[in-house]
Design a protein. Structure first.
Length: 244
């Protein structure tokens, strides 16, 4: 009996011990990789659902359409549907820098083959934002760039509302919630006009609150940036008005 135990013990060589340890290490690494990949998948699914919820909430609010009224009271929210904003004035763009011209003439094609062109660009130097603004708000377009959600055309009298995702990774409107009063936002439209706006208010509202997109500006040129909070439970609203 003792002889058998001694013989079995002799088979456990230093090399075998090393292989056993290496096997355990490989098993641990494999388990760790599976955990990381699972966590990434869960996070990606969470982000996808969060973004879709944000998009659907915005789209659900965009069902009231009418004429833009910026100075007189109204009991309904309205929007200006002037199609001139979609027409690029090539001669006006000649006065812009090459980067801005390239952004304004870029084309975005959706899954159904429809082509969209920007109606303006938005630049916020403080948070390193420089993006095109697309003409419509849809779930697919929101994943490509900030979009016009509501209101007047870019750089016109009224409330030009712009929606963008908060991916919490510096992309699109992720850093918009860090803006403060006095910060400058530049909007350049397809007519070659660049207008500077200064932030004068920032707050959060529930997804059902449509008051931030009211067209009433008392004759001013205003813009409203809309994104979601980090937990997606509320909307971050940033208000800015033209620098005169």
């Amino acid at each position: 009996m003792n002889q058998i135990l001694v013989t079995e013990k002799l088979y456990i060589t230093p090399e075998l011990k090393r292989k056993k340890k290496f096997y355990k290490f490989e098993l641990f690494i494999s388990f760790l990789i599976v955990c990381v990949l699972s966590s990434y998948y869960i996070y990606a699914e969470y982000n996808k659902n969060r973004d879709e919820a944000f998009s659907q909430a915005l789209l659900a609010q965009a069902n009231i359409i009418g004429e833009d009224q910026t100075t007189k009271p109204t009991d309904k929210l309205v929007v200006n549907l002037d199609n001139d904003a979609n027409v690029v004035d090539d001669s006006a763009l000649d006065n812009l820098d090459e980067e801005t011209k390239n952004i304004l003439t870029e084309e975005f094609t959706t899954a159904d083959g429809q082509v969209y062109k920007p109606i303006a660009t938005i630049r916020i130097s403080k948070i390193n934002i420089y993006y095109p603004i697309l003409s419509e708000t849809t779930d697919e377009l929101l994943k490509k760039a900030p979009t016009k959600f509501w209101g007047c055309n870019p750089n016109e009298v009224g409330n030009f509302c712009i929606a963008g995702h908060n991916y919490r990774n510096k992309k699109f409107f992720s850093k918009v919630p860090t803006l403060e009063n006095g910060d400058v936002i530049e909007i350049t439209d397809t007519k070659g006009r660049t207008v500077k706006y200064t932030v004068y208010n920032k707050y959060t509202v529930s997804p059902e609150d449509m008051s931030p997109i009211s067209p009433l500006t008392n004759g001013r040129k205003d813009i409203t940036l809309i994104t979601c909070t980090n937990d997606s439970k509320e909307r971050v609203i940033v208000k800015a008005t033209e620098v005169l």
